[in-house]
Design a protein. Structure first.
Length: 262
């Protein structure tokens, strides 16, 4: 009797077969619509556990995404057929970075540039949604988490509220400020020769205006992943050139919109 092949633990689904949560909160964010359109047109796929699987847990999806994701693979491992709108945007930036950087997307610099763009987009969304969609699920989860990280870094409530006000007043500038901090800190940690050098990197990052938010992000996983899988490890000329283009642009998000979504 012929053996029956085992059913894969993860199903591959297109965006059209997923339920998008909290999307109504993003209806006034034109850049979100462009990111969604880009994902739809490229045929992006997501991985979802089989119904009833032990993998239908947040912790399992998080581990698989942090430890085993590769540029060019499926966008993300999900817990079920639901995808939050901010997750969609995050995954879209990763996919666009892979397309723009090509083989350099797998370098340690390329991995960290993509992650810094995708993650810094959070503060842009906070700036755009506060005042427009106060009941957004994204704000309900992200702002308290950011507050906790800032408090752990020594920022009081008044200081955190001023930070949120800056995001609202200048969401694009807030994005670029955090993007630079995340990229500079992560790449410096990857290149750090020893513990003392790494400590100096963190001490310097703490003085940055966005420094209180640094540990809101999965920085240890980024650095370990880049050091383990980045090829080549260390500075990549095309990636650093793109980073400089973003720093020099009056509005780095507008630059990305023209170059990657235009």
């Amino acid at each position: 009797m012929r053996d029956c092949p085992e059913m894969p633990l993860l199903r591959s689904l297109p965006l059209a077969e997923l339920t998008l949560d909290d999307e109504s909160s993003f209806r006034h964010v034109g850049l979100y619509r462009e990111l969604k359109d880009a994902m739809s047109k490229t045929g992006a796929r997501f991985l979802v556990p089989q119904p009833g699987s032990a993998l239908e847990r947040y912790e399992s999806a998080l581990l698989l995404n942090l430890a085993f994701w590769n540029p060019g693979d499926a966008i993300e491992v999900l817990v079920d057929e639901h995808l939050a709108a901010d997750q969609l945007a995050h995954g879209a930036w990763h996919a666009l970075a892979h397309r723009a950087l090509g083989e350099h997307a797998r370098s340690s610099d390329g991995l960290l540039l993509a992650e810094s763009i995708a993650s810094a987009f959070d503060v842009y969304l906070v700036g755009r949604l506060v005042g427009h969609a106060p009941d957004s699920g994204f704000l309900e989860t992200q702002v308290p988490a950011m507050r906790d990280a800032a408090e752990s870094a020594g920022l009081d409530d008044e200081g955190f509220e001023r930070m949120i006000e800056r995001m609202v007043a200048a969401p694009e500038a807030s994005f670029e400020s955090l993007r630079q901090l995340l990229f500079d800190t992560a790449t410096a940690l990857v290149g750090a020769a020893d513990l003392e050098s790494a400590a100096a990197v963190l001490a310097s990052a703490a003085t940055h205006p966005m420094g209180p938010l640094l540990h809101h992000y999965e920085l240890p996983s980024w650095v370990l992943y880049a050091r383990a899988y980045g090829a080549p490890l260390g500075p990549s000329a095309p990636v650093r050139a793109l980073d400089q283009e973003l720093r020099a642009a009056p509005d780095s998000l507008a630059w990305l919109e023209r170059a990657w979504l235009g």
